[in-house]
Design a protein around this ligand. Structure first.
Ligand code: ADP
Ligand code: MG
Length: 593
């Protein structure tokens, strides 16, 4: 006898449920999406025990009539598409007709619904696929679906559920995505009888972001918009100093649907290139609108991935829209002064910030130390006490006077303190000069080749055969950089000419790093990226170092170049060059306000 049997419908549903219903949060997502598709303007989500005990979604949408109520929980039943043609033009969040059947096959479900033209409501109960009959039930317009004890007949899957707290955090994440995508919706989230969120359609998106995260989070975002070739983009961009260690704060929506997409992620990363460190992820809320026929949502069971028919257009338009805005914005890192309550909470910071990485911390510590040292040496003094017993002016007084006139000062031979419009800035001289050099190098390289100068005495260096090969293969690039190397003996070459602009760099040191870069397998295939890495390396080597004394003319030049250089707020590696202390923050610290 044959071994193959047809599975009964409930088994089919249970298996399908494995795809769409992973955990309580998936139920929340499916039910709320149904409410939105049903035209609801007000939705209330209540859960108990992280959704393990109860998930209830109530809406004021179009409702489901008695006949449909019995059918809605069958598998592959939907009111959203009818023909294969509809499949190419999906404007609703759902269309697979699987969610309700899947949910009802793995939990106890009670659905109550009433349509606008019905005098009463109806109710149906289903217990893990065992369907009761549809009965009249007193109800308001709209639909309420309660899902209890998810997976209770499937111990293996029930065991897979995490603690109530973890499941709750997944539910909050789903709720957040939907609430962000639909800021025109009144939507609430209640957990164990306590209201976590009550979001009003009246307050707008930025306010909603503030409510879902923190008010500062909402206020610090930069807005940009573009519309071209049927593609509309609206984005709220996080400042570079708000960037994260992962992409959890990248909310991307396509026609109201939260998606993850590698092209879009890449465009975002590119847009922030050189403004944040390469291993950080910017905060972004990106809303894309595109005709439904220009992409396919039917590629993933939970529809979190889509397929764009013209992915290049999506990529390039997002990149240029974001990049333009980021380049024209002046992102001075704001000083993070301690507050009274908690010395680790910082001004301009977002409340959800994770602990600072040690190197950033080290850097700010360095600056803080330099500041302390400066103020220790040059204590501000009250007017009238600036004279000693002999009636002579003290040095303190003179120094402050000079600072006033010049409006800048180098401290620890590493940082420049300069007066700004509404406060002052501390500049990391190396980081800023690095950016200036980098932009200059890029400009010159794109115009032709770097100007070079013959070395009085050629500098020789040893290299392996592979390294010699790497130099030979990239001869054109090396010439473009204004470097001239010639064979000088067995396994030895000599540098004869070197770019003028890199006068501060040691030629052999530069060539060694250049060869290392040419040898790096991960970037070798991508010429543009390779050149960029080389220019960053060159800029770093040729820039003024920390610990280097600068004269007034040099500082003035640096400050002037800062004005005319793109992205001067960050070094090419994405670290800040400038920290701003605003007058208002200083006044707050000195208890003047
Ligand atoms: P899909 O959303 O893919 O169509 P579902 O199984 O999620 O499939 O829902 C089946 C059908 O039940 C929907 O097509 C819709 O007609 C109806 N329905 C479900 N929830 C609601 C609701 N909250 N309001 C109105 N109709 C609903
Ligand atoms: Mg659905």
């Amino acid at each position: 006898m044959g071994q193959i049997v047809t599975l009964d419908q409930n088994m089919v549903n249970m298996i399908a449920a494995g795809e769409v219903i992973e955990r309580p949060a998936s139920v929340v997502k499916e039910l709320v999406e149904n409410s939105i598709d049903g035209g609801a303007t007000k939705i209330t989500v209540s859960v108990e025990d992280g959704g393990r005990k109860l998930i209830s979604v109530a809406d004021n949408g179009c409702g489901i009539d008695a006949d449909d109520l019995a059918v809605a929980f069958e598998s592959h039943t939907t009111s959203k598409i009818k023909t294969s043609l509809d499949l190419q033009n999906i404007s609703t969040l759902g269309f697979r007709g699987e969610a309700l059947a899947s949910i009802a096959s793995v939990a106890q479900v009670k659905a109550v619904s009433r349509t606008k033209d019905s005098v009463n409501g109806n109710c149906i109960e289903i217990d893990c696929g065992n369907k009761g009959s549809v009965k009249p039930y007193s109800a308001d317009y709209g639909t309420t679906i309660e899902v209890r004890d998810i997976f209770y007949k499937l111990p293996a899957r029930r065991k897979f559920l995490k603690t109530a707290n973890t499941e709750m955090s997944h539910i909050i994440e789903q709720f957040t995505r939907i609430a962000l995508a639909n800021s025109n919706l009144d939507i609430s989230l209640i957990a164990n009888g306590r209201k976590l969120h009550q979001l009003s359609s009246q307050n707008g998106l930025r306010h909603r972001i503030g409510e879902l995260f923190s008010s500062e989070f909402g206020e610090n975002l930069i807005e940009t918009e573009s519309s071209e070739k049927g593609l509309h983009i609206f984005a709220l961009l996080g400042r570079p100093d708000a960037a994260r260690t992962n992409n959890n704060f990248q909310y991307i929506f396509l026609n109201g649907r939260f998606i993850r997409d590698k092209f879009i992620s890449h465009a975002i990363k590119e847009a922030y290139r050189g403004i944040i460190e390469p291993n950080r992820f910017p905060v972004i809320f990106l809303f894309i609108q595109l005709p439904h026929e220009d992409y396919d949502v039917n590629v993933h069971p939970t529809k979190i991935e889509v397929r764009f028919y013209n992915a290049n257009l999506v990529h390039s338009q997002i990149l240029s829209c974001l990049r333009e805005k980021l380049l024209e914005t002046n992102f001075q890192t704001r000083a993070k002064l301690p507050t009274e309550v908690n010395s680790s909470s910082v001004a301009g910071d977002m409340s959800l910030e994770k602990p600072k990485r040690p190197d950033t911390h080290y850097r700010s510590q360095e600056i803080a130390d330099a500041m302390t040292e400066f103020f220790r040496k040059h204590k501000p003094i009250a007017p009238g006490i600036g004279q000693n017993v002999l009636g002579e002016k003290t040095t303190h007084y003179t120094v402050l006077g000079t600072l006033r006139d010049r409006k800048f000062l180098q401290i620890q031979d590493s940082f420049i303190v300069a007066e700004a419009d509404d406060g002052f800035v501390i500049i990391d001289q190396h980081a800023l000069h690095e950016r200036i050099m980098y932009e200059d190098l890029r400009r010159r390289i794109s115009a032709g080749k770097l100007e070079s100068q013959k070395l009085l005495i050629p500098e020789s260096f040893e290299l392996t055969d592979t390294q010699a090969d790497a130099l030979e293969t990239n001869a054109e690039l090396i010439e473009k950089l204004g470097v001239e190397v010639v064979p000088f003996g067995p396994k030895t070459m000599a540098i004869q000419a070197f770019p003028t602009l890199l006068a501060r760099a040691a030629p052999v040191d530069f060539i060694r790093d250049l060869i290392d870069l040419l040898d790096r397998k991960d970037i070798i295939g991508n010429r543009e990226e390779l050149l960029d890495e080389i220019l960053k390396m060159a800029a770093c080597k040729a820039a003024i170092k920390a610990g280097q004394k600068l004269n007034d003319g040099e500082i003035e030049q640096l400050l002037a170049d800062r004005e005319s250089t793109e992205c001067a707020s960050h070094c090419p590696h994405g670290r800040p060059t400038t920290i701003k202390f605003s007058l208002s923050e200083l006044e707050k610290q000195f208890k003047r306000t």
